[in-house]
Design a protein around this ligand. Structure first.
Ligand code: G3I
Length: 489
């Protein structure tokens, strides 16, 4: 049975049990607008509204900088130590453990109600020479397991998730990279590390973390996917996969959401763990965050530093705050994609009425004059004063998205139920709270918004090049084009 038929059937069933006419039921349903929700004004709070976290890498040496720590404690509710829990710091010589710098960060997190990601237990880099020089398998196995055990025991109960193994796959390949662990212990070292970690702290989530695994068709992505699938099928303990997401100027590959969803379908949480984007385009950041928001098991996002000046890529200005601590346009884009907003800096105000003007056409989202029925197809048309058929009330939903109710008809901007393909035309329908009537608004660099339907993950647009009156309003993969940019006026 199609979704449309199902809706008709439900309406008739409701009418028959209540004794009301179908028309009365429609009218009642039309008044059931979703509850308004005050937009959260920080990254951490906005992410928490959808059950996610928003974190940052922290350097212990910067905690005394009050600009830094003020932003940290205002915006972020998860912390990853940038270098302080790596092997060269925690066990610089065999059996000699140093937890001072890591403890400093954990102490800060505890005092400010932030959670911690542990980074990282087994990694070929920042590895002291005394480890990389070991050639005997029994010795290395003992050393690796003792390191995992001692570090995890020290932080037991204080770490939400550990990057147990970091960057074990070779660039451009489905195979593991060469490292002392791989070369001396063989392929099984990753499994052994995860089994050891589970035994030490069963309450910590255990993650595999890597870079360049965001594009679904890449060999490295497929290699990691095959490993996780194998681990899940054999009961090797793994709870999460971290996608570092160190992106170039264009941001994530178009398949990023598919990649996150495919890993999540294996039964692991997925997280964006080290996000930074060269030049920090707001659209690129919004697309990254949107990909996570569209995948229920994408449980959190961490950016790799606070201000551009704190970044390991500082020459590329890749973060959300400038060197003086001010918010960059990418910050607004991320906040609004998370469903937050300040409500006084040009954001969409819940409950307010707007006209939605397409940037490519300069025309507005229009219900053809005099047509108010369910199923009316929507179009673009010249703005006509404040005509009610071109006016839309934006109500924010609990998931941070918006429902857009046409003032003239009382019906909402609806993606036909179950029809999520590119080119599906949008219509009017009674509000029913469905994901197909929920639109996430991501702020673009030009001040406009990209509206992503929560059911399909596709963007509201007029077809490329069709800017005339009467152009259909449809959904398509988000492309960043002006035909997918809408000004709320
Ligand atoms: O603190 C010392 C300083 O005393 C010394 O004079 C100086 C000399 O080079 O080095 C300083 O340490 C540097 C450290 O960052 C702190 O700034 C190290 O050389 C430098 O290698 C280290 O770089 C870190 C890098 O990992 C090491 O591979 C970056 O901060 C850190 O952001 C980066 O993070 C990694 C993730 O852990 C894993 N994924 C990739 C990511 C980016 O490379």
């Amino acid at each position: 049975m199609s979704w449309l038929n199902e809706r008709t059937r439900l309406r008739k069933a409701l009418a028959s049990v209540t004794g009301l006419t179908a028309g009365t039921v429609l009218a009642l349903a039309g008044t059931a607008a979703p509850a308004a929700h005050a937009a959260s004004s920080t990254l951490g709070a906005a992410a928490a509204d959808s059950g996610r976290y928003f974190g940052t890498a922290v350097a212990a040496g910067r905690l005394g900088d009050s600009t830094y720590s003020t932003i940290l404690d205002r915006e972020f509710n998860m912390i990853t130590p940038e270098n302080e829990m790596k092997w060269d710091t925690t066990e610089p010589s065999r059996g000699n453990f140093n937890f001072g710098p890591g403890d400093q960060i954990v102490g800060h997190a505890t005092a400010h109600g932030q959670r911690m990601r542990g980074h990282t237990l087994v990694w070929h880099s920042q590895l002291p020479a005394w480890v990389s020089g070991i050639r005997d398998a029994n010795t290395l196995r003992t050393v690796m397991n003792n390191h995992i055990t001692t570090v995890m025991n020290h932080y037991k109960g204080k770490i939400y998730a550990w990057d147990v193994v970091n960057e074990a796959f070779a660039d451009g390949s489905t195979q593991h990279r060469s490292s002392v662990f791989q070369d001396v212990l063989g392929n099984g070292f990753i499994e052994e590390a995860f089994r050891t970690a589970r035994a030490v702290d069963p309450s910590a989530k255990l993650c595999y973390n890597d870079y360049n695994i965001e594009n679904w068709s890449d060999a490295k992505t497929q290699g990691v996917y095959t490993m996780v699938r194998d681990f899940k099928s054999r009961g090797v303990p793994i709870d999460c996969v971290g996608f570092q997401s160190h992106f170039g100027t264009g941001g994530p590959p178009s398949s990023f959401q598919t990649t996150l969803a495919n890993f999540a379908a294996l039964g692991v949480d997925v997280q964006i763990t080290e996000l930074d984007i060269a030049q920090a385009s707001p659209t690129a950041y919004a697309n990254t965050v949107q990909a996570c928001m569209n995948v229920p098991r994408c449980t959190g996002i961490t950016v790799w530093g606070i201000r551009d000046s704190d970044s390991w890529r500082s020459g590329e200005n890749p973060l959300l705050f400038s060197g003086n601590g001010s918010k960059k346009p990418a910050y607004d884009a991320v906040l609004s994609t998370l469903g937050g907003g300040t409500g006084n800096s040009g954001g969409i105000v819940s409950g307010q009425v707007y006209s939605l003007s397409d940037v490519a056409a300069g025309r507005v989202l229009d219900v053809p004059s005099g047509q108010t029925a369910n199923g009316t197809p929507l179009q673009d048309w010249d703005a006509n004063g404040a005509a009610a058929n071109q006016q839309w009330r934006a109500n924010q939903n609990d998931d941070g998205s918006y429902t857009l109710t046409n003032v003239g008809s009382g019906r909402v901007l609806d993606e036909p139920g179950g029809q999520t393909g590119n080119g599906t035309r949008m219509e009017l329908w009674d509000a029913n709270g469905g994901a197909n009537q929920h639109w996430r608004a991501s702020r673009n660099g030009d001040g406009s918004y990209t509206l992503i339907n929560v059911a399909s993950g596709r963007a509201l647009e007029i077809p490329g090049g069709q800017t005339a009156n009467g152009a259909p309003v449809q959904i398509w993969d988000s492309s960043g084009g002006a035909n997918q940019h809408w000004n709320f006026g």
